[in-house]
Design a protein around this ligand. Structure first.
Ligand code: THU
Length: 142
């Protein structure tokens, strides 16, 4: 991936973070999922009074995309931080939870990239096999 593409994807994730519905954790997450055709699907975390019904930002983005019949994904950018942190320069990288890693395992090819960012110029890029070694299932080899 070109650096410009990565920066654009992080910027989209930062925008979507501001849409988080997180009155319980006060932790806002944004994700931006890039398809092989160049489309971006954004997602935010959406919490619920019944905590287990919460949906993570990454899964929101994936489910939006898959529901539009998208099945070919290049990368996802993820940003997160407490509500009081503004819209850049987050204090920590927001790594995807185990359930979201499993959803990525379902839909993503071997070369899919996971970008965790604190800012547009402060990010790390991972392969799914690094974040979910010896994972179960999915339609692609890893
Ligand atoms: N969260 C995400 O959106 N993505 C993750 O991968 C980890 C956690 C959300 C869920 C919940 O709304 C908040 O962060 C605190 O756990």
């Amino acid at each position: 991936m070109k650096e410009e593409q990565i920066i654009n994807l992080i910027e989209e994730a930062i925008k979507y973070r501001l849409r988080a519905y997180s009155p319980y954790s006060h932790y806002m997450v944004g994700a931006a999922l890039l398809t092989d055709s160049g489309k971006v699907y954004g997602g935010c975390n959406i919490e619920n009074a019944s905590f287990g019904a919460t949906n993570c930002a990454e899964r929101t983005a994936f489910f939006k995309a898959v529901s539009e019949k998208e099945m070919d994904f290049t990368a996802i950018a993820i940003v997160g931080g407490p509500t009081e942190e503004a819209d850049h320069g987050f204090s920590d990288y927001a790594y995807p939870c185990g359930v979201c890693r499993q959803v990525m395992k379902e839909f993503c090819k071997k070369d899919f990239k996971i970008i965790v960012a604190r800012d547009t110029r402060d990010y790390k890029v991972f392969d799914l096999c690094e974040l979910l070694p010896m994972g179960f299932g999915g339609i692609y080899e890893h």
